[in-house]
Design a protein. Structure first.
Length: 699
């Protein structure tokens, strides 16, 4: 009974206080004392009650405001999505603006009748298509003559597929027209930047773009435009080069330093059976050699067309805008058709890049060479590129026309040497050290080694057992101290039994240090012991054999042995090394190989079972200073000029077998990160001292 009276008393007290709160929410001290005397509470207790009541009122008001703001935000997002869909799917074909279709009531009577008739026919077509699909799915046997008469073509079985094929064909034709304009016009549309390279005059470029059909929609705010053109002579015939670019596998093998992966399919409905043309839907990942950069994923159409006798155009253009946003009928149909053929379509606002008409124009010179004009015209999200690498991308040396053409020229020279039966002298003592078959085996082994190096530096980690860690170290002291962040990836690799493969890689910026200065130092056999503590151990190395792979000084595949005399087993290990340089990058990649296995390959033996763990360096220009170009074939001067305003982006990668922490764990044992990380820091410190740079900035 006492609890009941206490409960009633508390209700009455709250009623009195609430009534007073409604009249005034900030009572003064005499009012609080009067209220306390009325309900049997002290003035301080009344003060606390009013403070709590004010806090509760503010919290309720804030929650209500949040709900209102969330509702308004949801409405704005829905409106934004609808506007984006309208922009992407309803762009004007002439100027890129939004279309303003006339309402049915504003049309003439005859037009309204045609609109209604078209709607009725579309409905009948949809019903007939659905019925035909059911018949085809339920009948495993081939259709008879009656059914064959109904089936007009395989591309018209479903309306979304037919619409998609027609739109993609029109998209490819319009993009090809724009590409040919960009590839053939000179100044003032293109402005020269180097002896072999040009940049687009954006003001005129926008005018030409508006004069052609627009299929990409508006450029997102975060995207920037990249446009470059380069022309050069390639050591290959036009037909061979076009066939290589048309085949996805051969294309990726021709550009191993640029193309990380590719999938493709040819659609007969898209190609349309036009003689001398070839259209295929492709998805590719493009790479730049640094663990700090994400691979660039693009979905595009590749349209190969013979535009004249001995003249071919191979054009790439993104299909994200023409397929529509995710969830649309055309996009879903295209994604389903692509998935059935192993191609994954990812919209540009997910990949951060879309290709405007780009590619190459190939002209046969009828002497085993061809003239290639390469054009790259793209839009990409610059916020996905770290600040240190943005000048490199803007200069076109990352994924621009200069890099594509330089990589093509270097790889064609490599393949010419690979398929040649001649054995070129690489030094005074190398002619008798390797046979013709041995030369081919060594070059193919070097190809596999470099491909593994690219994967270790730029390739995505797709194995479920892989783990990624970050290791931080430093070298030097005081003002000359260099801090380094190293990406550590541990994984299992085919050919290893119990040990793990540890791949360590990092990128640093060497300002005011030309890439060729770094490349010359890394190729110096007499100074290799300064940075190679594992194989050379402060000693020089000697060249056992060497195969030049290009006309530029420095492009060669070599087999080296160490001059170490400390009584260790290093004498039983040889070093396979490939050094290559062009206008866009320089690389030195090496791997230890058992002496018996290496000599067997040099004598023409099989190299498939040779185990490789490549390490090495990739030297990229930083995008500052004057652009570099290759000298003539008669010159022995290394590529580029020592422009004191230019710098280098140096990527160092090291791979090693390390024991695991436990048989069931896929992580490296304690101390493995420190050992490999310190090797990288020591190498960076030696390179820094050799090229006489005071500043090294980690990426």
């Amino acid at each position: 009974m006492l609890e009941y009276y206490a409960y009633i008393y508390s209700i009455l007290c709250c009623a009195v206080l609430c009534s007073a709160y409604q009249r005034c929410d900030h009572p003064d001290a005499p009012t609080r004392r009067a209220l306390g005397a009325k309900i049997g509470l002290e003035g301080r207790q009344v003060q606390y009650w009013f403070q709590n009541q004010r806090s509760q009122t503010q919290a309720k008001a804030l929650a209500q405001n949040n709900r209102v703001v969330q509702q308004e935000n949801a409405a704005l997002m829905a409106e934004n999505a609808s506007l984006r869909h309208a922009i992407l799917t309803g762009s004007c074909l002439a100027c890129g603006g939004a279309t303003t279709a006339a309402a049915p009531a504003e049309l003439p009577p005859e037009s309204r009748r045609l609109v209604a008739e078209n709607a009725r026919l579309r409905g009948e077509y949809a019903r007939a298509t659905a019925l035909l699909n059911q018949i085809l799915l339920s009948a495993p046997a081939p259709p008879g003559p009656a059914a064959a008469a109904v089936v007009v073509s395989s591309s018209s079985v479903a309306r979304p597929v037919a619409d998609r094929a027609a739109r993609l064909r029109g998209h490819a034709e319009a993009a090809m027209d724009q590409f040919l304009l960009l590839a053939t016009k000179g100044e003032p549309l293109w402005l020269p930047t180097t002896p072999d390279g040009e940049a687009l005059n954006y003001q005129l470029g926008y005018k030409h773009k508006k004069a052609l059909p627009v299929h990409h929609g508006l450029c997102p705010d975060e995207f920037v435009m990249e446009a470059s053109r380069a022309t050069g002579v390639v050591r290959a015939s036009a037909t061979y080069l076009v066939a290589t670019l048309t085949d996805a596998r051969r294309w990726s093998e021709m550009f191993p330093s640029v193309v990380a992966s590719v999938t493709a399919r040819r659609d007969a409905a898209i190609s349309g059976g036009v003689f001398g043309s070839h259209i295929q839907l492709m998805n590719a990942e493009l790479q730049v050699h640094s663990p700090r950069l994400l691979n660039r994923s693009i979905n595009f159409l590749r349209y190969t067309k013979r535009v004249a006798e001995g003249r071919w155009a191979v054009m790439d253009v993104s299909v994200d805008g023409i397929l529509g946003p995710p969830g649309s009928r055309v996009a879903d149909a295209a994604a389903a058709a692509a998935a059935a053929n192993g191609v994954t379509l990812v919209p540009a606002w997910y990949t951060g890049c879309r290709l405007l008409p780009s590619g190459c124009l190939v002209e046969d010179m009828r002497n085993g060479y061809c003239k290639v004009t390469w054009v790259v015209h793209a839009e990409y999200d610059e916020t996905t590129v770290p600040t240190m690498f943005r000048p490199l991308f803007r200069s076109g040396k990352a994924l621009g026309a200069h890099r594509w053409l330089a990589s093509l020229q270097r790889q064609c020279e490599f393949l010419a040497v690979l398929h040649s039966s001649q054995v070129s002298r690489g030094g005074d003592n190398t002619a008798a050290a390797i046979s013709s078959m041995g030369k081919r085996g060594v070059l193919e082994l070097a190809q596999r080694m470099v491909a593994d190096f690219y994967s270790a530096v730029s390739g995505p980690v797709t194995q479920p057992s892989s783990s990624i860690d970050e290791w931080y170290g430093s070298a030097g002291a005081g003002a000359r101290r260099t801090d380094t962040a190293v990406r550590m990836v541990t994984s299992k690799k085919a050919g290893t039994v119990a040990d793990l493969v540890l791949s360590a890689s990092t990128t640093v910026w060497l300002p005011n240090t030309p890439p060729q200065l770094v490349f010359r130092y890394l190729r110096d056999d007499q100074r290799r012991g300064e940075w190679d503590a594992f194989f050379a151990s402060s000693a020089a190395v000697t060249e056992l054999c060497s195969v030049p792979t290009g006309h530029l000084n420095g492009n060669a595949v070599s087999v080296l042995y160490s001059n170490v005399t400390d009584g260790t087993d290093r004498k039983k290990t040889l070093i396979l090394q490939e050094a290559c340089t062009d206008a866009s990058c320089s690389m030195v990649v090496y791997a230890p190989v058992e002496e018996d296995s290496m000599r067997a390959v040099m004598n023409g033996g099989d190299h498939a079972s040779v185990f490789l763990l490549p390490s090495g360096f990739a030297v990229l220009p930083d995008g500052h200073g004057r652009a570099r170009h290759a000298p003539s074939s008669s010159s022995s001067t290394p590529v580029g000029c020592d422009d004191t305003t230019a710098g280098s982006l140096l990527t160092v990668a090291c791979q090693a077998l390390v024991p695991g922490s436990s048989p069931s764990d896929n992580r490296a044992a304690p101390g493995a990160f420190d050992d490999v990380g310190k090797l990288l820091c020591r190498a960076l410190e030696k390179i820094k001292a050799a090229v006489k740079t005071d500043i090294v900035t980690p990426a």
